[in-house]
Design a protein around this ligand. Structure first.
Ligand SMILES: *Cc1c(COP(=O)(O)O)cnc(C)c1O
Length: 433
């Protein structure tokens, strides 16, 4: 790879190589492209989650109130809007937070895709065994005969933390044997929590991608093992995309209009790409050109930004431009983007931006002080987004958005936080003070 050439061809790549923050808009956004999935796939995933709802409600009583549907609130955060404008620059319209940080069961956006993939596997195993049909009340899955069946199978995943939590918790609950391959830099409390639920946690001194490779290798030699592949899984992707089918009612309740005169902006932190990619795909399927999606990444691990700018998909890693891939933002320390997601996002994503680690904490603290909402540092990576798009005069003009921004709704997608132990959260809070 000729890195020097890339740096000359793309000004942003040269800046990224120096760990500078960048903002990039995608020139291919809106172009025609044949995608590997469509709305039918999202509806299929949504229907599967509905079938499982009676089981989820029974197995995780905290979801009983929502009938076993794992969903989060969308809330307006007007006080934080004022803070954000002071910190990053003014922007028109209104500001909202999608609180996936509070998703039940595993406290992060991974409760969408991760849980979905394991449920789909369980449905297949139980159906193939002749013990379950689609018309059944799936709460029967809590019966011992199913735990016995699932106990013959195992689930494995490589994870920096939150994905491991969601896969570990749901797999153990169903009765699968489950192994989470983790990088050594994963938080201790996440490892402890998983072990307390009977999950086998294997730690690797090397990076996350190595952990994934180990997990994949181990699973490949075992026909009774399902490997959740964070770098390429379509099931994860579809599980995340269902969010877009459910947000309509929430937008309506808040009086948010999405049409040509009222653009919707979504800003979402990105690691390997599955979670933000699935959400982005779903939102584009539902809201088309009236929704604009931006991904946020740490300056030290901007794998998707690099992939999108260069068009090199997963053939380029952050180490190729001299970056170490290290960040304090849990879930975002990823050196190479998902090939599936970078391909699907080629014409869907509106843009990317990067943020320095040290800027995450002040956002966390201001959100806590102004709205009494606590999220984890990685969730704060998206926060400069509304000010960045508002300042992108050329792009706004090109997209005919300039005079519509006063009508805009901006959603910051909070991806994790509610399971962070109080002591740890206090620490984060104090760092941002
Ligand atoms: C996993 C995660 C992300 C990013 O999701 P990817 O699928 O890795 O892109 C963002 N924020 C948090 C808190 C996460 O756990």
């Amino acid at each position: 790879m000729d890195v020097k050439k890339l740096k000359t061809a793309y000004r942003e790549v040269a800046q990224m190589a120096e760990c500078k923050e960048i903002f990039w808009t995608n020139p291919k956004s809106g172009e025609e492209k044949k995608l590997p999935f469509n709305m039918e796939d999202i509806c299929d995933a949504e229907a599967r989650l509905r079938r499982f709802a009676p089981y989820i409600a029974k197995a995780f009583p905290e979801t009983a109130a929502s009938g076993g549907i794992i969903e989060s609130e969308l809330v307006e955060i007007p006080n934080m809007k004022k803070e954000l404008e002071k910190m990053c620059g003014e922007f028109g319209g209104r500001l909202y937070l999608k609180c996936d940080s509070n998703l039940p069961v595993s406290g992060s956006i991974k409760a969408r895709g991760g849980i979905y993939e394991v449920l789909k596997f369980a449905e297949k195993v139980a159906t193939d065994a002749g013990m379950l049909s689609r018309e059944d009340d799936y709460s029967v899955l809590t019966e011992p005969r199913f735990r016995e069946l699932f106990g013959r199978y195992s689930v494995a995943v490589g994870s920096t933390g939150n994905l491991g939590l969601s896969i570990g918790i749901i797999s153990a609950k169903l009765g699968f044997k489950v192994t989470v391959h983790m990088s050594a830099d994963a938080r201790q409390w996440k490892k402890d929590l998983l072990r307390s639920k009977g999950v086998t946690v294997v730690e690797y001194p090397d990076d996350y991608q190595k952990a994934v490779a180990e997990g994949r290798k181990e699973a490949a030699s075992d026909p009774y093992c399902h490997f959740v592949d964070d770098e390429a899984s379509q099931d994860l992707f579809m599980g995340y995309s269902v969010a877009a089918r459910r947000i309509g009612a929430q937008l309506e309740k808040l009086g948010i209009i999405v049409d040509e005169q009222h653009p919707l902006f979504v800003y979402i932190p990105c690691g390997v790409g599955g979670a933000p990619g699935g959400v982005a795909f779903g939102m584009k399927e539902v809201y088309g050109e009236n929704v604009h999606i931006f991904f946020a990444e740490p300056t030290h691990a901007p794998c998707m930004t690099l992939s999108m700018i260069t068009g090199l998909k997963n053939e380029i890693a952050v180490s190729d431009i001299g970056l170490d891939g290290k960040t304090e933002a849990d879930g975002l320390a990823v050196g190479r983007a998902s090939v599936l997601v970078s391909d699907v996002m080629e014409t869907l994503l509106d843009g990317c931006y990067t943020i320095e680690d040290k800027r995450l904490y002040p956002f966390l603290t201001r959100l806590a002080d102004s709205e009494n909402i606590f999220i984890e540092p990685s969730s704060c990576a998206s926060f400069p987004g509304p000010s960045l798009t508002a300042a992108a005069a050329g792009w706004l003009k090109e997209k005919d958005l300039a005079d519509k921004m006063k009508n805009a709704s901006h959603i910051l997608w909070a991806t994790g936080g509610s399971m962070v132990p109080e002591e740890e959260m206090k620490d984060y809070y104090n760092r941002g003070k």
